[in-house]
Design a protein around this ligand. Structure first.
Ligand SMILES: [Cu+2]
Length: 123
């Protein structure tokens, strides 16, 4: 991965075969700033790694259109890579754990003297 690049997955419409895939890839790779472009026919998507200061989403879109296809801005946005998603999930889990402890600890603290008091009064 080249430093300072961004990865984007976009949906490509209108591809039918391997030669369509090849022409989309070729066209995307010709865009200045695009480092790699991998097109997947089965999912009708393209993973593009590019330098955001040199290539924009519009450039990519134009390249796809020049090849004779349509590019749809995918639901998978640039910021939502799997790593970020995992990180968010972990923070959420940690928050839940802290909340659980915040509820449990006072109960435990309250229980200890109460328990020992009862046991003591029985003894
Ligand atoms: Cu084709």
């Amino acid at each position: 991965m080249v430093k300072g690049t961004e990865k984007k997955t976009v949906k490509i419409e209108g591809m039918h075969c391997a030669s369509c895939v090849a022409s989309v890839e070729k066209s995307l790779k010709k865009v200045p700033g695009v480092v790699t472009a991998v097109v997947n026919l089965a999912t009708e998507s393209a993973s593009v790694e590019y330098q955001p200061e040199r290539a924009t989403g519009t450039d990519l879109k134009k390249a796809v259109e020049n090849a004779g296809f349509r590019m749809v801005e995918a639901a998978v946005s640039a910021g939502e890579d799997p790593m970020a998603r995992d990180d968010r999930r972990m923070k959420e889990a940690r928050r839940k754990m802290i909340l659980a402890w915040a509820v449990t600890i006072p109960i435990v603290i309250w229980m200890i003297p109460t328990c020992s008091l009862i046991i003591c009064s029985w003894a």
